[in-house]
Design a protein around this ligand. Structure first.
Ligand code: AMP
Length: 466
């Protein structure tokens, strides 16, 4: 997972993009980077860590220009160190070029092998570098009948060639000289939105990144669409079309911020519907509904309202958690969850509780939370998960464990309930999940259904894991 943002058409571009990427911090905390272009120089600052701590005042002052792109990273391909922090930049046959990307290119390894044989060098181990390396080939692709604006005739067929070679999930932004180029893969796995602030055009993974700079959400970049922005205006092209789309349902379950609008819907509304659907499939008797903050809050509201059971904050979150280096023993590792969450005894003691979380992946977090709730005096604990069992690893940009590590592949429902220590456990059904979104046929729910929209050479992917 990653978050991307871009601004074109104001001298405040580097500052605005910095604020935008701050509001996308939930999409990646490993590294952050910004590139800016002032018509002469392409400048890039990239650091490990989070936006506020990593980017200094001097860094921001060193970035200048009317065009900027930025990225927060959560590694899914290549090494996790900040050597692979984005934007990636290089002098390509199109001039100074920088790129940020959210997603995962599934044919990365064969393509890298092919290009390396042709003598094209790779400096990083991230799939994003393909956007730059493929440009070195200087090949073109132009679908029949697609008319290009005179200003785009030189560059776009080369960009289309690059995109045509990539398979997988890619929402991207590129600075190519005086142009800012945005695009989404034909299946539209990852979100990408477009906004306006006076004369400036903005892009961001999620619409919350427009609110933070008081810009207006305009529309989403459509699956398969490529948008060019330069001083002559904004132009949209559809070089690739797909009958069906494969928007990532896990964005709505967990990743995106609840105040964002993506995939044609409000994340909050859909997430609440997951809770409502879960409630409709449940009849357990309980005194209170308790969310696991923050991810369980919105579905828990939907569940509690639908069932008419009081909603209470039985777990309180500490908002100052950062990276913790407490790892050495199992006992200390178990204490780690207490750094983030603590039990609110005033609502837990002696109560029958329904605990709601958004998803169960490895099950280790839930086990610790349940242990904490028991120690705080909860009488009965009924765990409810606002999405189906996670059975398939994601190959399109979400960092999930291997198939073997997913608890739902190793245990039955009863065994999982016993493992995490609850009186009962229930997941939202796949049908319930699909009912909660508009046009469920246009979503990728492979993590819940094993129904993968693009075939993947999993052997090759494993070899590339850090
Ligand atoms: P666990 O079952 O211990 O693996 O933890 C699952 C919890 O982690 C879920 O309730 C989510 O809130 C959160 N989560 C789900 N997917 C991810 C992910 N890809 N990266 C980080 N956290 C996640």
């Amino acid at each position: 997972m990653c978050g991307i943002a871009g601004v074109f058409g104001t001298d405040l571009a580097p500052q605005l993009v910095y604020l935008q990427i701050y509001s996308l911090q939930h999409r990646g905390q490993e590294s952050v980077g910004i590139s800016s272009w002032d018509g002469k120089d392409l400048r890039t600052v990239k650091k490990g860590g989070r936006v506020l701590e990593a980017i200094s005042r001097e860094d921001l002052e060193s970035l200048k220009g009317f065009s900027a792109i930025a990225h927060v990273r959560y590694s899914t391909s290549g090494d996790s160190g900040h050597v692979n922090a984005q934007p990636l930049e290089r002098e390509t046959p199109l001039g100074p070029t920088a790129v940020v990307h959210n997603g995962n290119i599934v044919n990365f390894l064969p393509l890298r092998e092919e290009l390396s044989k042709k003598g094209i060098n790779f400096h990083y181990s991230s799939d994003t570098e393909l956007f730059l390396a493929l440009l070195e080939e200087e090949k073109v692709f132009l679908p029949e009948g697609l008319n290009l604006h005179p200003k785009d005739k030189e560059i776009l067929p080369k960009i289309f060639y690059v995109l045509n070679r990539l398979k997988g999930a890619f929402s991207f932004l590129m600075i190519v000289g005086d142009k800012l180029i945005a695009g989404r893969d034909p299946l539209g796995f990852r979100p990408l939105c477009m906004g306006r602030k006076r004369d400036a055009i903005l892009f961001a993974s999620e619409s919350c990144a427009f609110d933070i700079v008081e810009a207006q959400f305009w529309r989403e970049v459509r699956p398969g669409e490529v948008i060019v922005v330069d001083e002559s205006g904004i132009r949209s092209y559809f070089p690739f079309q797909s009958e069906r789309h494969a928007k990532c349902i896990f964005e709505l379950v967990y990743f995106a911020r609840p105040d964002s609008y993506i995939f044609g819907d409000w994340v909050y509304t859909v997430r609440k519907k997951f809770g409502i659907e879960l409630a409709k499939e449940d009849d357990v008797q309980a005194d209170v509904v308790i969310p696991v903050p923050d991810s369980g809050v919105v579905p828990a509201l939907g569940y509690a309202q639908e069932r008419g059971i009081p909603f209470e904050m039985g777990l309180i979150r500490n908002h100052y958690v950062g990276r913790s280096f407490i790892e050495p023993t199992q006992e200390l590792r178990n204490l780690r969850v207490l750094m983030k969450l603590s039990p609110n005894r005033s609502v837990l003691k002696g109560k029958k509780i329904v605990v709601i979380d958004d998803s169960l992946v490895r099950g280790t977090t839930s086990k610790r939370i349940v242990n904490m709730l028991r120690r705080a005096g909860a009488k009965e604990i009924h765990m409810r998960i606002a999405s189906p069992p996670v059975v398939g690893p994601c190959y399109y940009g979400i960092d999930t464990p291997t198939r073997e590590e997913l608890i739902a592949n190793r245990m039955t429902l009863e065994e999982i309930a016993e493992f995490i220590g609850v009186d009962s456990l229930k997941y939202l059904s796949l049908e319930g999940l699909r009912r909660a979104v508009k046009e469920s046929g246009n979503f990728c729910d492979a993590c819940f259904s094993n129904n993968y929209p693009i075939p993947v050479d999993t052997g090759a992917l494993k070899r590339n894991r850090p």
